[in-house]
Design a protein around this ligand. Structure first.
Ligand SMILES: Cc1cc2nc3c(=O)[nH]c(=O)nc-3n(C[C@H](O)[C@H](O)[C@H](O)COP(=O)(O)OP(=O)(O)OC[C@H]3O[C@@H](n4cnc5c(N)ncnc54)[C@H](O)[C@@H]3O)c2cc1C
Length: 397
C-alpha cells in the first residue's frame, strides 16, 4: 500500500492549511457543540462557508466542469484532514455538497444542475436530508410519505424525522413514495422540495444535551413542480443507497483525524490530572482504557487506509463501508466512555459550566458518541449487510 504524498498533494495540503489559518473566524470556539446539523453559531458557520466558496474551497471533489477543483481522492482526504486538524466549523452545507451535488451530476437534468449546483458551491443555499420516517428508519424502503401527480405538480403528504437544519434549509432532498402498487423499493422517488413551501411544518427533537437541533418535518399537501424529481420517477432507491454508502464510508476518513486528536487530549488530561495522589494515567484501569481506545482508533485507521488504497486504484465504495461505519461508531463510543471515566462527574458538565472539562468537550463527545451507532444505519444493520452481502449468509428472519 503506497500512500506517500506526491509533491502536488503536499502543495495542496500547504495551500489549504495556509488558507484555513487565515480564514477560520477568530470568535469560533471549536469546543462548542460540534456537528453539521447543529444550528448553534449557524451565521458564523455560514459566513465561513461563503468565504470558502468565494475562494474555491467548497466542492473540491466536484469536476472542474461543474465549478469544482476536480481534486483527486487523496486530495479529498487531505482536505478533510486539514479541516479536522484546524477544528474548522462544521459545514452547514454538507448535504448539498457531499450528497445532493454528486447525485445531480450523475442523474440530474441540465436544468436541475444549472439551478442547484452553483449556489451549493458558493455556500449560499443549504439542504435538508429527509429520508427517515417514524416507521421507516432501518427499513427505509418502507417509507410512507406519499406524492401523487395533480396536473403539473406533485402533491406531497407525510412525515419525516431526524435530519438537521430543516428550518434554515432552502431545499429538501426528500424520498417519497410515488407508486404504492409496486414492491416497496421500486415505487420511491428522490425529490427536491422548496422548504419554504406552504404546507411544511418543522418540529424539533430535544436531545439529551438539552439542545433541540434535530427536526421532524410534516408535509401537508405540499405542491411541488413536476420536474423536481432527480433521476427517473420511481428510481429513487438507487440514489438513496448511493448516498448512504457515502455517508457510511468515505466520511470516516475525516472523522478519524478528529478521533486521533481527541485521544491525544484525553491522554494529556490523564497525564496532567491527579486522583488520590496519582496521575490518572498511572491508575491501571484508566491506563488500560487509554491503551484500548488507542488500539480502536489505530484499527479504524488501518482498515480505512486499506480501503482507501482500493479506492485509489479505482474501486467504488460498496458494502465494505459497513465495516468502516462499525469501526467508526465503536471507536467513538470507546473514546466517549473513557472521557467519562477520566473526568468523573465533571465530564458531564456542558459548555458554559464553570467546571466543564475542556469547555464541555468531554460531555459533548460522550453524548454524540451515543448517536453514532444509530445515524447512517444502526450497528445491527451494518452487521446484517456484512453477513448477507459480504459473507453470503442467508437473510435473518
Ligand atoms: C443523531 C441522528 C442523526 C440522524 N440524521 C438523519 C438525517 O440527516 N436524515 C435522515 O433521514 N435520518 C437521520 N437519522 C435517522 C437514522 O438513520 C435512523 O435513526 C436509523 O436508521 C435507525 O432507524 P430508527 O431510529 O427508526 O430505528 P429502528 O429502525 O426502529 O431500529 C430500532 C432497533 O431495532 C434494530 N433493528 C431494526 N431492524 C433490524 C434488523 N432487520 N435486524 C436487526 N436489528 C434491527 C436496530 O438496530 C435498532 O437497535 C438520524 C438519526 C440520529 C440518531
Amino acid at each position: 500500500m503506497d500512500i506517500d504524498l506526491s509533491p502536488g498533494e503536499l502543495e495542496f495540503r500547504r495551500e489549504f492549511r495556509a488558507w484555513l489559518e487565515q480564514n477560520i473566524p477568530r470568535d469560533w470556539k471549536p469546543g462548542e457543540l460540534r456537528g453539521m446539523g447543529h444550528s448553534d453559531s449557524l451565521e458564523l458557520r455560514r459566513d465561513f462557508e461563503r468565504s470558502m466558496g468565494r475562494d474555491g474551497w467548497l466542492g473540491v471533489a466536484w469536476p472542474v466542469e461543474y465549478g469544482g477543483r476536480g481534486a483527486t481522492l487523496m486530495e479529498q482526504v487531505i482536505y478533510q484532514e486539514e479541516l479536522a486538524r484546524a477544528q474548522a466549523p462544521g459545514l452547514a452545507g454538507h448535504v448539498g455538497l457531499q450528497m445532493v451535488g454528486p447525485i445531480l451530476m450523475e442523474v440530474g437534468t441540465p436544468a436541475q444542475r444549472e439551478r442547484f449546483l452553483p449556489p451549493i458551491l458558493r455556500g449560499e443555499e443549504i439542504w435538508y436530508q429527509g429520508f427517515s420516517e417514524p416507521n421507516a428508519g432501518s427499513d427505509l424502503a418502507g417509507l410512507q410519505t406519499r406524492a401523487f401527480l395533480d396536473g403539473d405538480e406533485w402533491v406531497v403528504t407525510g412525515q419525516k424525522v431526524w435530519g438537521g437544519l430543516a428550518e434554515f434549509a432552502d431545499w429538501g432532498a426528500v424520498l417519497v413514495r410515488t407508486d404504492p402498487e409496486v414492491p416497496k423499493h421500486k415505487g420511491i422517488s428522490f425529490m427536491v422540495i422548496d422548504m419554504k413551501s406552504p404546507g411544511i411544518k418543522v418540529g424539533y427533537i430535544r436531545e439529551m444535551s438539552g439542545a433541540a437541533n434535530m427536526n421532524e418535518v410534516f408535509f401537508d399537501q405540499v405542491r411541488v413542480p413536476r420536474d423536481s424529481v432527480i433521476g427517473a420517477v420511481n428510481d429513487g432507491w438507487n440514489a438513496a443507497t448511493r448516498l448512504l454508502t457515502w455517508e457510511r464510508g468515505v466520511i470516516t476518513l475525516s472523522i478519524l483525524v478528529h478521533y486521533e486528536m481527541f485521544w491525544e487530549r484525553l491522554r494529556d488530561y490523564a497525564n496532567a490530572t491527579k486522583r488520590g495522589g496519582r496521575r490518572l494515567s498511572e491508575i491501571p484501569h484508566l491506563r488500560e482504557g487509554l491503551a484500548r481506545t488507542y488500539t480502536n482508533v489505530r484499527m479504524m485507521k488501518t482498515a480505512n487506509l486499506r480501503w482507501l488504497a482500493h479506492y485509489l486504484r479505482g474501486k467504488r465504495p460498496a458494502e465494505e463501508t459497513s465495516y468502516m461505519k462499525l469501526y467508526w461508531s465503536q471507536a467513538h463510543q470507546s473514546l466517549g466512555d473513557l472521557a467519562l471515566e477520566l473526568g468523573g462527574v465533571d465530564a458531564l458538565e456542558m459548555p458554559g459550566s464553570d467546571v466543564a472539562i475542556h469547555g464541555g468537550e468531554f460531555a459533548v463527545e460522550w453524548m454524540q458518541s451515543r448517536a453514532t451507532t444509530l445515524l447512517g444505519g444502526t450497528q445491527d444493520i451494518q452487521r446484517n449487510i456484512i453477513a448477507e452481502r459480504i459473507f453470503g449468509l442467508p437473510r435473518g428472519q
